[in-house]
Design a protein. Structure first.
Length: 166
């Protein structure tokens, strides 16, 4: 809408406290200079910009505030609205912070992975140990009581252990 976010007052080059008569006078001056029919100084884009600024200043209630001041009303007159005192972070500072965050996240992820891997390994070892003990007991009881009875006794023993855990 406005070039370089100029507001209506800057486009017409007038004071913010200008009266309607002063606004109208300045508009007529600029319209004569930039009117497209003027072959020496005519500029259609500049003229359209001047007309829009004039319309907004003469009928401010008909237009939203962001058109009147060429900025979002949420930021208008707030202490954060100054576009002249912008602050930037140096690339080295930003990259250092980013690298630190990545390093920290990687470290946490590494230790978490090691911990969860150790837990899985421990659970697998415990399962293997129980299976080995059960197999040894099944073989022993199969020799003593026969295959079917030995298997039933091992399964009953395992089910009893499982029920105790619940």
């Amino acid at each position: 809408m406005f070039s370089h976010n100029k507001d209506s007052f800057e486009i017409l080059n007038i004071n913010r406290n200008a009266s309607n008569a002063e606004i109208k006078k300045k508009y007529k001056e600029l319209a004569k200079i930039y009117h497209p029919d003027n072959t020496r100084t005519g500029d259609i884009q500049k003229f359209q910009e001047i007309v829009k600024a004039y319309e907004l200043l003469m009928k401010p209630k008909a237009q939203p505030i962001q058109y009147y001041y060429a900025q979002d009303p949420i930021y208008y007159q707030g202490k954060w609205s100054s576009h002249t005192n912008t602050r930037f972070v140096k690339n080295t500072t930003f990259m250092s912070l980013l690298a630190g965050c990545v390093l920290m996240i990687s470290t946490v992820h590494f230790f978490y992975f090691q911990s969860s891997h150790a837990n899985l390994r421990y659970a697998a070892d415990q399962h293997h140990l129980r299976s080995t003990i059960d197999l040894k007991r099944a073989r022993t009881e199969a020799k003593l009581f026969g295959n079917e009875n030995g298997i039933k006794r091992v399964l009953n023993h395992r089910l009893n252990e499982f029920r105790k855990q619940e």
